[in-house]
Design a binder for this molecule. Structure first.
Ligand code: SF4
Length: 376
């Protein structure tokens, strides 16, 4: 039931992705990387669950030191997100097999250096250390230029951004790369990936629905996207993002393999009628950037506490950190993003205030009641 894929094959250490290679299933360590014990345990959990590739977040020199030690202890290929600090590539590349950069984050540092130059530099570092690259586009962090060029077509903006970055790598002769285009709405993920594959059928695709949230909804959203894409022959590696306690992170691999096995066998689950109607809670899967582990409990409390509004068309986003939290809550009716001791509450793009973990739920409740009273 899975048609042959047309992508070229790339190499991530010993792992082949694309072409006729099996679809690789990956996940990410959610712990703070410099907490060696916790991250080591997280890597073991993902290895035991059968991960083909493990992603680790690196934010500081202490994280790089920890990464260097951890890399020696696993034979799984490792990938690192460069996030806003693309210059980290130089220190992490010697320890990993793949670098992920987000085109929407390249403008934050060294504002006078062109994006073209930055991409060429990342490609040079990747070549020196035999790393693959993922061009990782997220709907919540589109580069400003594409927001301006496509103000009314978010999907087209994402697709064009991804295609332009492929060209930047092509132009410097770097071919060991793949692309991801993610969002928390599986319908956008389907549209964007289908459109991108029409433009660049040769480029391998990493599939994922970001901030899918807690099971079972997070699993259903992911399944909707993967069923539609994989059955079209699109998707060379997948990541399921679920908001679950650290010790249950292996579930992301199990769910991913389960969906692939179902598509392979032609077992498509129907999407419940009106699945997209009513209250939509999106929550990030958490990663090492979470500065307070209360985030997972908070996401669960938000779900429990807002159950009374299940029939209302309201979106609430719960994000674990200050890196992606502020931007990725912009499109929600109410957004919470977590800091070390406080939670920031937003209404659309506006900040309502900053509250302690134990007081934010009360304010959220009041804001939600106001939105519902206004007719949502
Ligand atoms: S929002 Fe922050 S904590 Fe959550 S997955 Fe993204 S980077 Fe990690």
């Amino acid at each position: 039931m899975i048609p042959a894929r047309k992508t070229r094959q790339i190499q991530v250490g010993t792992l082949s992705i694309g072409g006729d290679a099996p679809i690789a299933v990956q996940s990410m360590a959610a712990t703070r990387t410099q907490d060696l014990e916790a991250t080591r345990r997280q890597i073991r959990i993902l290895e035991s669950a059968g991960a083909d590739l493990i992603r680790i977040a690196v934010d500081s020199p202490a994280d790089v030191e920890a990464l260097a030690l951890l890399a020696k202890e696993t034979d799984k290929p490792l990938s690192v997100d460069l996030q806003e600090n693309y210059r980290l590539a130089e220190s992490v590349a010697p320890h990993v097999q793949k670098l992920r950069y987000n085109p929407g984050h390249l403008h934050h540092h060294e504002k006078t250096r062109s994006v073209q130059d930055k991409v060429a530099w990342i490609a040079k570092i990747a070549t020196q250390h035999d790393c693959a690259i993922r061009i990782g586009c997220n709907a919540g962090s589109l580069a400003p230029e594409y927001k301006e060029r496509f103000p009314d077509d978010h999907v087209q903006a994402l697709v064009q951004q991804a295609a332009d970055h492929c060209k930047l790598l092509d132009d410097v002769g770097f071919t060991n790369y793949l692309v991801s285009i993610k969002d928390s709405d599986p319908r956008l993920v389907i549209d964007a990936n289908v459109q991108f594959a029409e433009l660049r059928p040769d480029v391998p695709l990493h599939l994922g629905v970001t901030e899918a949230g807690m099971p079972p909804d997070g699993v259903i959203k992911t399944r909707i996207a993967f069923e539609q894409l994989v059955s079209r022959g699109l998707g060379d590696t997948i990541r399921v993002s679920l908001t679950v306690p650290f010790d249950n992170k292996g579930q992301e691999i199990e769910v991913g393999r389960g969906i692939l096995a179902d598509v392979e066998a032609g077992r498509f689950r129907s999407v419940p009628p009106n699945f997209f109607d009513g209250l939509n809670i999106i929550a990030c899967p958490s990663c090492s950037r979470v500065e307070n582990e209360k985030f997972i409990d908070l996401a669960e409390d938000v779900k429990r506490m807002t159950a009374w509004a299940a029939e209302r068309d309201v979106t609430i986003a719960v994000m674990g950190c200050r890196v992606n939290g502020p931007g990725e809550t912009d499109d929600a009716d109410l957004g919470l993003w977590c800091g070390p001791t406080t939670v920031n509450l937003k209404k659309g793009t506006e900040t309502v205030g900053t509250y302690g973990y134990d007081e934010v739920l009360g304010v959220l409740q009041t804001e939600l009641e106001a939105i519902v009273a206004a007719g949502k």
